[in-house]
Design a protein around this ligand. Structure first.
Ligand code: ZN
Length: 383
């Protein structure tokens, strides 16, 4: 089946307006392995869309050359709702204006619906279980009543990802080095290959069933939750699902986009989705660390935010990472409050867009190997 491009209409929310989702498809429907890629669910995060802009013509050429072995479904920008959220010459694409929902939270988690449909039929054959579970997940999505445009967007994306062997959700941070969020069940295994191939400078593994219900989280958690719920049945981790954070919001260039596309392409070759030679796997740049070892630096008060370290820097526990300055205080250096690192690790992200801090604002995040007492009980990716 040749390359196709389709537009799926979303329900109109106001008279005279309507949006659609664009999907590209390569390879025969049902061919394996199946890979699903999407970018910019947080609509103001475009480095991933830039990588896909460079990947698409490579896939078209592979298709023309008869080299697509599996199936690839790709959404260059998955969130037209967020793309349209312009306010006062500023693009705000992280939260839905209508319901204030973070676009990458509260995705439908299907393990309950799947368990109801086929739980009793899961047995010792992993292959049969995978087929049953995928079919039931798609049926559960088909049975959902969709109240609005955002729900339709989520279900249309999941209808294309839920039966995939690999799901990559492309994001970015404010200022960051390339990093991944993965499920613990995939490390080292397939996620290690992904991290090496893409050149990840930090990889954070989450609990296999996170509470945050991100897009990549629900694609992955389906398998982990069913495996936990039916311990006598053989339920493998049939989907490698990862959130790929392509550096910072302003890291959009042809140099980065084409390099990222080449790395993605090589990963697809290595996974057998495209015929060819992947060559030697690049060395892993950073071992994965637990999400419970991720230190999050919060601004203690409002003021001017100044950093002492750049993203990607290795920092030590106790070292000041940034400071918040009270601009109304005349005491010079004494008007500054330091925010120290609380672990040794890689400062992989500096968070805010601007340089105004407010109490409780996330200022930075550090990937550390040691589980941190102050992070206990904290779940979610904060991506
Ligand atoms: Zn994001």
């Amino acid at each position: 089946m040749p390359h196709s491009k389709t537009t799926v209409a979303l329900p109109s929310m106001t008279p005279g307006t309507g949006r659609g989702l664009v999907f590209h498809r390569f390879g025969r429907t049902g061919a394996r392995p199946k890979v699903y890629l999407q970018a910019a669910i947080h609509a103001n995060e475009l480095p991933g869309a830039m990588a896909l802009h460079h990947l698409l013509p490579m896939l078209v050429a592979a298709d023309r050359g008869g080299r697509i072995r599996g199936e690839i479904v790709l959404a260059p920008v998955i969130n037209p709702i967020g793309l349209a959220q312009l306010a006062g010459s500023t693009h705000l694409g992280r939260y839905d204006f209508l319901g204030r929902d973070n676009f990458n939270r509260n995705w439908p988690e299907l393990s309950g619906a799947v368990a109801e449909r086929v739980g009793a039929r899961l047995g010792k054959s992993a292959v049969d279980n995978v087929a049953l579970i995928r079919k039931a997940a798609l049926a559960a999505l088909g049975a959902m009543k969709l109240a609005n445009e955002l729900q339709a967007l989520r279900v249309e994306a999941l209808r294309r990802s839920m039966d995939a062997d690999v799901v990559l959700d492309l994001h970015c941070d404010a200022q960051a080095v390339l990093h991944l969020f993965i499920s613990r069940r995939d490390w080292p295994g397939p996620a290690r290959v992904l991290a090496a191939e893409l050149g990840a400078r930090a990889t954070l593994y989450n609990d296999p069933y996170p509470e945050a219900l991100t897009f990549s989280g629900v694609n992955s958690a389906l398998w982990a939750r069913l495996a936990a719920r039916f311990p006598a049945a053989r339920v493998p981790q049939a989907c490698l699902s990862a959130t790929v954070e392509y550096r910072g919001q302003h890291d959009v260039s042809h140099v980065l986009g084409s390099a990222d596309a080449r790395n993605l392409y090589r990963f697809l070759v290595r996974r057998g989705v495209i015929a060819g030679r992947a060559g030697r796997l690049p060395p892993l740049r950073a071992q994965a660390t637990p999400i419970g070892g991720m230190d999050v630096g919060y601004a203690p008060r409002t003021g001017i935010l100044v950093y002492h370290a750049r993203e990607g820097a290795r920092v030590r526990k106790g070292e000041p990472v940034c400071e918040v300055i009270d601009p109304l205080d005349a005491r010079g250096p004494r008007a500054r409050v330091q925010v120290p690192a609380r672990t040794d690790g890689i400062l992989f992200s500096r968070r805010p867009d601007g340089r105004l801090a407010w109490p409780g604002m996330v200022a930075f995040r550090i990937a550390g190997a040691k589980l941190l007492a102050h992070r206990r009980g904290v779940s979610g990716l904060d991506d």
